[in-house]
Structure formats: C-alpha cells, structure tokens
Design a protein around this ligand. Structure first.
Ligand SMILES: [Zn+2]
Length: 107
C-alpha cells in the first residue's frame, strides 16, 4: 500500500474529478483523497487541508506529470487569432481554415 504518492492538490472537487478522468484516460491508476470531507460539509471544510489531493502509484509519477503538463498546454477552450490573416478561431481548430497557418507556429 505504500507505493502511492501524492501527485498534486486540486483546488476543488470539480478539478479533482477532472484531473482524475484525465489521468485515468491515460491508463493510470488514480486515488483522490479527502473527497469525503467535501460531501459531508463543504462550507466547514473549505480550507487548505481539506482540498482533494490526487495520488498515483510511484512508478506512474513521471507519466502522470506529463499528462498534467499536456493539459496545461492545451488550455481550457481559449480561442485564438491567426497571426497571418487575423482570422478569429475557436480552440478546437489547430490550423487556420482561412490560410492554413498552424496554431503556435512562427509567422
Ligand atoms: Zn490565417
């Protein structure tokens, strides 16, 4: 049982659930701890110590960190503007449909 290690601390149960799904979809075993406090009395336990923490197996830590880093890169649905033609594009598009400019590429 000692092969679990704390990966990160989530801001709230919603983020914890999101991170858990993200890690599980990458094939990692995940434990979320302190969640039960939230379901009992959110107001009372709204403090640093009651934040849900995400735990993974020690052997999975490196992969888990990669998953979290990738999540930061992707962002959360931010739209972007093509630096070439100025077209406004939704987050799901990785290239400009107007001129074919790849998102994040240098002009
Ligand atoms: Zn463009």
């Amino acid at each position: 049982m000692s092969d679990w290690t704390k990966l990160t601390t989530a801001d709230d149960p919603i983020e914890a659930g999101f991170l858990r799904g993200l890690l599980e979809s990458a094939g990692l075993a995940v434990q979320v701890r302190s969640m039960e406090l939230w379901t009992v009395a959110v107001e009372i336990y709204y403090s640093e110590g009651a934040r849900p923490s995400i735990w993974v197996r020690k052997c999975d830590v490196a992969r888990a960190r990669q998953v979290l880093e990738r999540r930061d890169e992707v962002g959360e649905g931010e739209s972007w503007t093509c630096p070439d033609c100025g077209e406004r594009l939704e987050a799901q598009f990785t290239t400009c449909w107007q001129c074919g400019h790849a998102r994040g590429a240098e002009v």
